[in-house]
Ligand binder design. Structure first.
Ligand SMILES: [Zn+2]
Length: 227
């Protein structure tokens, strides 16, 4: 029987069981050295539904993620607003000018522009988060965090540690302000409740009554908040 997707068989003397990996739309099947191709095919056949689902999901995700070229024509979001990229050679600077995001850089190659933009988002995030935290801490009646930082995270928007340090994913700066606010309120509320208990959510809701809407927004658009 033929499968509806191509795959590559990889034999390995050390391998004891068959394993299927799907990356970049390619299916690789690692099998023990002694397993026959026919046996392998039978296994893959069994997992066919799962493989197809995963392939479709990866394809969809790829189509959704804007492919930035870091050249003029690209659009970048800042607090939910879209700005057209403008690149100029000169001493390092990034500024929002009207509906443009103007990047001045000594290296106008895509990688140079990307670096400059990334740097700018980190800095803006640091300033913005610090300022919003100063605003929201008294609203929630929680102490100020011991430290506020900005990082890159693969699958989270913020972290609050027991010692009072709070970190945010820089990509949040591309989300609308109301979504960012809800993430800030969420992490700040952890300074009071180090869990997701009823009391925690009740405290969040005093300031972010629509926190479920922002959670949903991040679920739908989170993959865009990155480059
Ligand atoms: Zn939490």
């Amino acid at each position: 029987m033929k499968l509806p997707f191509p795959y590559t068989l990889k034999r390995s003397a050390r391998r004891k069981r068959l394993a299927i990996t799907i990356a970049d739309g390619k299916v690789v099947v690692a099998i023990p050295a002694k397993m026959s191709a026919k046996q392998a095919l039978a296994f893959i056949q069994e997992k066919r539904g799962w493989v197809e689902e995963k392939l479709a999901w990866q394809l969809e995700k790829k189509a959704q993620t804007p492919a930035f070229t870091f050249q003029e024509g690209d659009q970048f979001s800042y607090l939910g607003e879209r700005y057209g990229l403008q690149v100029e050679l000169g001493s390092e600077d990034v500024a929002l000018v009207g509906n443009m995001i103007k990047v001045v850089t000594t290296n106008d190659e895509p990688q140079g522009v990307r670096q400059r933009l990334l740097h700018w988002y980190y800095h803006r995030a640091q300033a913005y988060m610090t300022q919003r935290i100063a605003y929201f801490s008294p609203c929630l009646g929680v102490p100020s965090p011991s430290f506020v930082g900005v990082k890159h995270y693969k699958s989270r928007w913020g972290v609050c540690y027991e010692d009072g340090r709070i970190f945010f994913h820089w990509g949040l700066m591309m989300a609308p302000a109301w979504v960012v606010d809800d993430v800030i309120v969420h992490e700040l509320a952890h300074l009071q409740h180090m869990n997701h208990s009823k009391d925690f959510w009740a405290l969040v809701a005093t300031v972010s009554p629509d926190y479920k809407a922002s959670t949903q927004w991040l679920k739908e658009h989170g993959s865009f908040l990155n480059f």
